[in-house]
Design a protein around this ligand. Sequence first.
Ligand code: MN
Length: 477
Amino acid sequence: MKFWFIAGSQRMYGEGILQRVEANAMEICRELAERLPYPVQYMGMVLDSGIAVDLIKSANSQDDCAGIITFCHTFSPSKMWINGLALLQKPWCHLHTQFNREIPDDIDMDYMNLHQSAHGDREHGYIGARMGLARKVIAGHWKDVSVATRLSKWQRACVGAAASRATRVMRFGDNMREVAVTDGDKVGAQIQFGWQVNTTPVGTLVEAMRAVTPAQVDGKIEEYRSRYVLGQANPESVRYQATEEIAIQGLLDADGSTAFSNTFEDLYGLRQLPGLATQNLMAKGYGYGGEGDWKTAALTAIVKKMGGPATFMEDYTYDLKNGLSLGAHMLEVCPSVAEGTPVIEVHNLGIGDREPPARLVFEGKAGPAAVMTLLDLGGRFRLILQDIVCVAPTQKMPSLPVARVMWKPLPSLEAGAECWIMAGGGHHTVLSHGVDAEIMRDWARVMGVEFLRIGAGTDPDAFERELRLSEIIWRKA
Ligand code: MN
């Protein structure tokens, strides 16, 4: 994926000035291309309405263009941009910078006319606001670390938006019976996010498992040995999980799916709930949601595309004394968030009425992270993100042989939970060490959905008011 850089000017300035604007824009691109995770390419200068239309049309038509960055070095009258921007289908960042950082002592009117983004970018900002177009505005000198940092976050959000449009989720079984928050409108999600969410019978998976050869399973066991520690695990149970993993991945890849869900209520023909199998697939970048939670499955896959460790997670149990939350699932937590090397173990599972499944057991690594959840409010979606600090577990918990993560929710366990519950956030989340509130806010802006953040500065009273105002802002016309 790459990003298009488009400069704004006008012919009034004359050829000499335009050449300098173009050369400076190209220098900015060269600098940014070195600092950002994705390439930035100078694609031209808007000097009239026809150029704007042509540039935006071609940006729209290029699959590898993840977004456009615009900058008005000089004044670029915005009526020239309207017909182009009206067609824009790619994410837009308005970079408000200036070629020279400082004002020279010999400044004259010629200098002022060339270096006038303070002037030109305001005209440019007006038309974005006037047309009501979603855009990210970043201000600062183009060599500043903060500008590169924020642009790189926006780039990652755009890559996530492109990944969203290409996401297919394979559902083995339906939503868990009677559960509300994990359910939702799949047609609405496809319109909003581009997700194609379709069902595949569990029987198809059982048949695909029959086609897996012992040699394939041997290869998978070797892979497990190279990545994990084989603990006190029944080898047959591990081989069964390997067979499940090979079959699930085969079905996903053949379908072009990047995420999947299943449910312990529909394991017909399966001897074990996929545990190790699901965990290793998540480690490879596939999204997953338990109990038929296709929304979290899709979001996990997309957050993984944006980079960094990320996993399907579930809020489970509190340590109210120390203000900590203990998150886990029956089995399916991604080892990308593990501290140390995960251990493969086989233990009984009280739920699902199947054989004891092999799973990876580990503690989550410490450090700042975020949990996020996507809910369907009927006719629209809401993304909630909470800042958390993952901590080393305060207890040994030897009778809990599952992967688990302990964290301190911000602003506090109680205030954070009040806000989360007030907003309707569910128990399933994506936990990520790789994305933060700015990236997810940028992603939500591109996708056109409400974004709520619960963090260090959140006050439940103000948050409740934000929720009520949001109902007005996001109400469908
Ligand atoms: Mn669950």
